[in-house]
Design a protein around this ligand. Structure first.
Ligand code: FAD
Length: 408
């Protein structure tokens, strides 16, 4: 069997894979990306957080993203019953980007991987990683080409950025269950026909179901008059509605008057899809010669749109560790990659748990929030979950106290 040699082999051309490829090309490494789909391809995860812009910029992809014409985004709006509130990301505690984009992922992911190709990464679409061997000197991967030829690639480092494909967790028995209950989502794209002025298209809209605090909807406007709309709930809740995925999504929206009214003129031209049980975790985020990036490692929950931000943060941390390794310096992947990545993921986790129990919703809708605390909360919502100067990042237990104040 033919064996090729590269510096870095990346599995998957989503945001984690593309950003890692860009950052490693900047170091002058020979990078090969193996992607099983042909791009552009649909993906969920359309609302970005400003923190992700730092890594897009560091990879050298900023101009490509800006010029693609995606929907500008400067914050998040929340509605529960007759309560509503807006968070403007520019008014945040942490330093850094305060705006970002809402993107059709088919286009966004294509823009990123083309930028990685322009930077010199080799990308093979419709090639699929099917086996991996990490016990030897260097990781060795088996790939199937579109004409079913099998070949091997040997790499100094292997980065698994395969997202929900979870290639290394499956092949190396690294899977471990997520602590989150099994939730799912119905979602689609619509021609929204929302009248100008009734809706701030520069913000994601999160609407809470009027009777179920743990059921919520996203409305993510795009720059072309269309929206992504979806509902997230426990799978038993989703299963009780009859009909197609579209009919189920429409039925749950019909129970939620503010959202039903907002979307009353929408044209439902695309069948809805369903995703269930997406929360995932692994026993370890790294091993000899390999690391897991983005969703191939841990995925929490969609509620704060943190997935792409975590994916690109992981790419940045892994690229920095690899740079040191190529310089011949000893690298402790646990201390330099897994622990720092998990620190931010754990900060998001406490907010996600508090959202579903209703506590963080009380915080969000609390009318008399101090401006300082609001800026700290805004920083988390903008993705700055690694900024330990923020007391709600450094001491997540502070959130419990805040919940009690706001509930009272
Ligand atoms: P992916 O984007 O999934 O890319 C992985 C790539 O690997 C794919 O292209 C796949 O084809 C390829 N691949 C898989 N297996 C193989 C193989 N064997 N060989 C070769 N290639 C392979 N995140 C946000 O930031 N904002 C949101 O608003 C948001 N909403 C979400 C809503 C829902 C309902 C869900 C479930 C998730 C949401 N997310 C959101 C999360 C987001 O989808 C992911 O976190 C993000 O796409 C992860 O990026 P990634 O690069 O790790 O993986």
């Amino acid at each position: 069997m033919k064996t090729e040699n590269v510096d870095i082999l990346i599995i998957g051309a989503g945001p984690a894979g593309s950003l890692a490829a860009g950052l490693l090309r900047k170091q002058g490494r020979r990078v090969l990306v193996i992607e099983k789909e042909q791009f552009p391809r649909f993906s969920i995860g359309e609302s970005l957080l400003p923190q992700s812009m730092e890594y897009i910029e560091a990879a050298g992809f900023l101009q490509d993203v800006v010029e693609a014409g995606f929907q500008y985004k400067n914050g998040a709006a929340f509605v529960r019953g007759d309560k509503h509130t807006n968070f403007d990301f520019r008014d945040k505690f942490s330093k850094g980007w305060g705006t970002t984009y809402q993107v059709q992922r088919a286009d966004f992911d294509h823009v990123l991987i083309r930028a990685a190709e322009k930077a010199g990464a080799e990308v093979r679409f419709q090639h699929q990683v099917v086996a991996v061997e990490v016990s030897g000197e260097k990781p060795l991967v088996q790939v199937v080409s579109p004409d079913k030829e099998i070949y091997q690639v040997s790499a100094q480092f292997l980065l698994d950025a395969s997202g929900f494909g979870r290639v290394l967790p499956r092949l190396l028995d690294l899977e471990t269950p997520s602590a989150f209950p099994v939730r799912g989502a119905y979602f689609t794209h619509i021609e929204d026909h929302v009248a100008v002025g009734t809706f701030d298209r520069n913000k994601i809209l999160i609407t809470v179901h009027p009777e179920h605090v743990d059921v919520w909807f996203w409305t993510i406007p795009f720059s072309n008059g269309r929206c992504s709309v979806g509902v997230v709930a426990a799978s038993e809740f989703l299963d009780q509605f009859p009909g197609t995925e579209t009919q189920r999504l429409q039925a749950i929206i019909a129970q939620t008057p503010t959202l039903a009214t907002l979307l009353e003129k929408a044209v439902w031209d695309t069948p809805a899809r369903k995703l269930v049980g997406y929360a995932a975790n692994v026993k370890s985020l790294h091993g000899k010669g390999f690391a897991l990036l983005g969703n191939a490692g841990e995925f929490l929950d969609p509620v704060f749109s943190s997935g792409v931000t975590i994916a690109v943060k992981s790419a940045s941390l892994a690229a920095a560790a690899i740079e040191r390794a190529f310089r011949g310096e000893p690298v402790d992947w646990q201390l330099e990659y897994a622990d720092p990545l998990r620190a931010g993921v754990d900060a998001f986790r406490s907010f996600v748990e508090s959202w579903y129990s209703g506590g963080f919703q009380d915080v969000i809708f609390y009318p008399d929030q101090s401006p300082e605390v609001r800026k700290m909360i805004t920083a988390i919502l903008a993705g700055y979950a690694w900024d330990v100067r923020n007391p709600y990042v450094a001491q997540p237990q502070r959130l419990k106290t805040l919940e009690q104040v706001c509930a009272a």
